[in-house]
Design a protein around this ligand. Structure first.
Ligand SMILES: [Zn+2]
Length: 77
């Protein structure tokens, strides 16, 4: 399985939030999700292992890994 090219991916995205556990980027330029090819809304990089996400709304998620970190692509319903 190929890793996701995180550096290339985040270069197109806008960093919104960073804390101890996660980094989250907003997809402002309609990059397509590597998992499902649909446009995703946010990319979340998990810096801690394990990490809990406190989602404030119901989302469809696609998950991958890059450089040993879990990355999550969110899709609003
Ligand atoms: Zn997806």
């Amino acid at each position: 399985m190929d890793d996701i090219d995180l550096e290339e991916l985040v270069a197109s995205l806008t960093l919104r939030e960073e804390n101890q556990a996660i980094k989250s980027y907003q997809n402002t330029v309609a990059v397509s999700c590597p998992a499902c090819d649909a446009r995703f809304d946010d990319l979340i990089v998990c810096k801690e292992n394990p990490t809990s996400l406190n989602l404030s709304r119901q989302l469809d998620l696609c998950v991958g890994s890059a450089d040993g970190q879990a990355v999550i692509f969110t899709h609003k319903k």
